[in-house]
Design a protein around this ligand. Structure first.
Ligand code: GLC
Length: 534
């Protein structure tokens, strides 16, 4: 596969590095740390959006796809970023939010003025204020339709009310989006990440969902594959690195999205493995992670994609997920290394989310004033309305809020974690005094250097990039275990997800390639990861 030996690093610019002392991260902050990323060894940077935006959803509500929001810098900064990254052999991928625009986008503003051309860019339905067209729910809470009294119409927003869904059935909309891709390609980008790209194709009829929140009507929708093929072909981005964020998707669809013969995307993010701690499938209901379920999901997806020529993006963390080391581990470096091992030896292209390579943890916030995220704030109110106490709601947010991953990058033990010289827009967890880049870059046993080693190994051993995969130890509910094979070579990867010793099968004739403990014992130690080689 084209991108099998590559590793992608995700940056959330607002929280990465503040170069101008306003408490917000910016593009120059990224430029200033390119050498750090070169030392880590990554091939690509995917940056989340820094386009002009009212920032109701931190830039996922775009008002102008071709202009840089002044809070992040200028177009000249972006050009410099692309050029400086290129000098270091790192390619840039930008985030294309094409399911919706901000309601401040010119298209939506002109729709509000009653211009039919732009009304047709969105999903407007005639109606009266008392009854939304359907009972579908917004993914951020509440009904997914908003009424515009002076038009006598509702518009669809699967996300925030200020994120209006585009009408992909309209060829003019598709033409606009292709143009945006051509624009950014001509700036020297190497690839793209497509936000919630599998929800773009809506049904012909809009009807109530009597079984759920409406997602079954638009997830992997009727024209999605055709729209993607057209987008990729007409904008000339086939062969570039592209990754689609797939919400509640299916294996069969992900095979189609990513099999090279289909000419859609190079890889896909799916999220089923990050729901194994959702009680009854509900994000806002807590339960400890179900490791047996996690193992089954990885086995199904990894083996299923391999069997049909699909390609995974493999990851634990991003700007929407709590930190894996807090979620599946105990927040300590041994667990961070174990989780890294579990992902980086799988079949797929690994993604590292800023700070994951340091073992950064959840935020540890204890009051609602510390949170910033629109989804967290909405659900806090919904939880209280549904009868949870303030304590329960805060406990839930502490585990589930997207802000857990949006705390400032921990560069040093200096005030504000070396992220900024002034109080940042969101505060860092207390542990930045010990978990930080300055401590880790030169420490051989650090999480950072473990990640460096994983990246080097992927480039040195073809079996990691291109080997077959099979999941083993199916009845062991503590250990994620799989084997990779290429010709006569074999790797065994064993990861203990428990805080105590656990037994594994005997693997005779193997040598240890890598691990997060010294030596090799008959039982796996707490959060131990071992990779064996034959
Ligand atoms: C994706 C983004 C998330 C955003 C949402 C709406 O899930 O990763 O941050 O809120 O799409 O654009």
């Amino acid at each position: 596969m084209d991108f099998s030996d590559k590793v992608v690093y995700q940056i959330y610019p607002k929280s990465f590095s503040d170069s101008n002392g306003d408490g917000l991260g910016d593009i120059r902050g990224i430029i200033n740390h390119l050498d750090y990323l070169k030392t880590l060894g990554v091939d690509y940077i995917w940056s989340t959006p820094f386009f002009v935006s009212p920032m109701n959803d931190n830039g996922y509500d775009i008002a102008d796809y071709r202009a840089i929001d002044p809070r992040f810098g200028t177009m000249a900064d972006v050009e410099e970023l692309i050029a400086e990254a290129d000098k270091r052999g790192i390619g840039l991928m930008f985030d294309m939010v094409f399911n919706h625009t901000s309601t401040e986008h010119e298209w939506f503003q002109r729709a509000l003025k009653g211009e039919q051309k732009y009304i047709d860019y969105y999903i407007f339905k005639d109606g009266t204020p008392d009854k939304p067209p359907t009972n579908w729910e917004s993914k951020f809470g509440g009904n997914a339709w908003e009424y515009v009294p002076h038009l006598g119409k509702w518009y669809l927003h699967l996300y925030d009310v200020t994120q209006a869904d585009l009408n992909w059935e309209n060829p003019e909309v598709r033409a606009e989006l292709k143009d945006i891709l051509r624009f950014w390609k001509s700036k020297g980008l190497k690839g793209f990440r497509f936000d919630v790209i599998n929800v773009i194709s809506k049904p012909a009829e809009f009807v109530d969902d009597d079984q759920g929140d409406g997602r079954r009507f638009y997830t992997d929708g009727r024209h999605v594959h055709e729209f993607l093929k057209e987008l990729v072909a007409d904008s000339g981005i086939d062969g570039m690195i592209t990754v689609g964020e797939m919400s509640s998707t299916s294996l069969d669809n992900c095979i189609r999205y990513t099999n090279p013969n289909e000419h859609e995307l190079s890889m896909a993010f799916s999220f089923h493995h990050l729901k194994v701690d959702y009680k009854d499938g509900q994000k806002w209901e807590l339960m400890p992670p179900d490791i047996a379920a996690l193992k089954k999901l990885f086995a199904t997806w990894q083996e299923g994609m391999a069997a049909a020529g699909g390609w995974n993006a493999v990851f634990w963390c991003n700007h929407d997920q709590p930190r894996a080391v807090s979620r599946f581990g105990d927040g300590q470096s041994t667990a961070a290394k174990m989780l890294a091992t579990a992902i980086h030896f799988m079949r797929g292209t690994p993604y590292i989310y800023q700070g994951e390579e340091l073992g950064m943890t959840n935020a540890g916030y204890t009051s609602i004033e510390q949170y910033r995220d629109v989804e967290s704030l909405n659900y806090y109110n919904i939880m209280l309305k549904n009868g949870k106490t303030v304590e329960q709601a805060l406990e839930t947010l502490a585990a589930r809020s997207r802000d857990n991953s949006r705390t400032p990058m921990q560069w040093s033990a200096d005030k504000y974690a070396g992220f900024s010289t002034v109080e940042p827009w969101i505060i860092p967890p207390d542990n930045y005094t010990s978990i930080n880049a300055q401590n880790e870059v030169d420490a051989p046993d650090s999480v950072f250097n473990y990640y460096r080693q994983l990246i080097k190994l992927r480039k040195a051993l073809k079996i990691i990039a291109d080997g077959d995969i099979k999941f083993i130890e199916p009845n062991n509910n503590d250990v994620l275990a799989y084997e990779r094979t290429l010709g006569d070579e074999k790797l065994i990867v064993l990861c203990n997800f428990r805080e105590h010793n656990v037994k594994v099968d005997a693997y005779d004739g193997f040598e240890k390639l890598l691990g997060n403990y010294d030596g090799l014992e008959r039982e796996l130690r707490p959060f131990e990861a071992v990779v064996l080689k034959k």
